[in-house]
Design a protein around this ligand. Structure first.
Ligand SMILES: *[C@@H]1O[C@H](CO)[C@@H](O)[C@H](O)[C@H]1NC(C)=O
Ligand SMILES: *[C@@H]1O[C@H](CO)[C@@H](O)[C@H](O)[C@H]1NC(C)=O
Ligand SMILES: *[C@@H]1O[C@H](CO)[C@@H](O)[C@H](O)[C@H]1NC(C)=O
Length: 313
């Protein structure tokens, strides 16, 4: 009697458990965290591990307040006539039509707003054998900062090394040891000016990019190699002090002085030459005129330039 009751209870609880399993479906944890820049693209990932074609399926994205973000049902969705999307998301949420074939129900929010930040769920309520639910946390931010601890693909600090140097220049290398998405790597001087990056080597292993950027520094300065991943609002940098001995030995102001004096000398010399030539030509002209008309008025007279006055005279 007692054992029958126990087994009945066990059976009942198993049934309840199975029922619960069917209702809530399979939960996929842990929560994926996604970062996006304000005004940029926010891709919220949601993919079935089976990679089955979901074109004929239903999936639904909701935010933490159960607002309707995006619903797709066998080709009918919020961007082609389905009503019910929340006002806040209207015209900003798109799915990836081409990726549906591979079980990819990811969406993109564009442009992302600060108020889009929060937790989202992607649910396949009718999927066989069981419903599926995915969690995504979105952080929309407007500041670039070091997020190397927060996000797996964020680049660690880059590594600077001296490739070669002479007394006049130093060739530096900046290495980024694996980052995803592909980072932008720049060299900057102490004033924040961009230094010309001379060579770019990029290799990829899986999603991770290995980037090497070279620059040549020709004066003593503190330079930085700055790594930016705009998509995840991540920025990190390494700094080094470069000493160029050649830039101390020669005083650059001396050079400028010599060039300056040479220029001034040249201009002065030319001017004197022009004046001398002019005087020579002028005297010759006046002499000729004097010889030609002895009783005539002088055109070189400084007192009058008026032709009428000349006639009267
Ligand atoms: C799903 O599609 C999006 C957009 O094409 C892509 O960024 C993402 O990597 C895809 N996810 C998987 C697991 O293939
Ligand atoms: C999202 O959910 C996680 C875990 O439940 C929680 O710690 C976090 O604060 C939530 N984020 C927001 C923006 O509500
Ligand atoms: C450094 O530069 C000098 C002169 O250009 C060259 O002879 C030397 O091989 C270079 N060294 C390295 C390690 O590249």
């Amino acid at each position: 009697m007692f054992s029958r009751r126990v087994s009945l209870l066990v059976l009942l609880s198993m049934y309840v458990f199975l029922l619960a399993e069917r209702v809530t479906g399979q939960e996929h944890g842990p929560r994926v965290k996604v970062f996006a820049a304000e005004g940029g693209d926010a891709v919220l990932p949601c993919s079935l591990s089976t990679k089955q074609n979901i074109q004929p399926e239903l999936f639904d994205w909701k935010d933490y307040a159960q607002k309707e973000v995006f619903m797709y049902d066998a080709g009918v969705h919020y961007n082609n006539g389905r009503p019910g999307q929340d006002e806040h998301f209207r015209g900003r949420v798109f799915h990836f039509e081409e990726d549906l074939k591979y079980g990819n129900a990811s969406i993109i929010i564009r442009p992302a707003k600060i108020t889009d930040s929060g937790n989202y769920t992607c649910i396949f309520p009718h999927l066989q054998p069981s419903a599926q639910k995915f969690h995504v946390e979105l952080v929309v931010d407007r500041t670039l900062k070091d997020r190397s601890g927060e996000i797996s693909g964020a680049s660690p600090k880059p590594y600077i090394s001296i490739l070669n140097e002479t007394k006049d220049w130093s060739r530096l290398q900046c290495e980024v040891p694996g980052a995803s998405p592909k980072p932008n790597v720049e060299w900057k001087d102490s004033a924040g000016n961009l230094l010309p990056a001379e060579e770019l080597q990029v290799s990829s292993r899986g999603d991770h990019h290995y980037v090497t950027v070279l620059t040549t520094v020709t004066k003593t300065d503190r330079v930085r190699c700055v790594v930016t991943q705009e998509e995840i609002l991540h920025q990190t940098e390494a700094e080094t002090f470069v000493f160029i001995s050649g830039s101390l030995c020669e005083d650059p102001s001396n050079k400028v002085d010599i060039v300056g004096w040479l220029l001034i000398g040249g201009v002065l010399g030319a001017a004197i030459l022009v004046v001398v030539l002019f005087v020579l030509v002028a005297t010759k002209f006046i002499t000729i005129r004097r010889n030609k008309g002895s009783g005539q008025q002088r055109e070189d007279s400084a007192s009058s330039k008026d032709p009428v006055k000349l006639q009267i005279l």
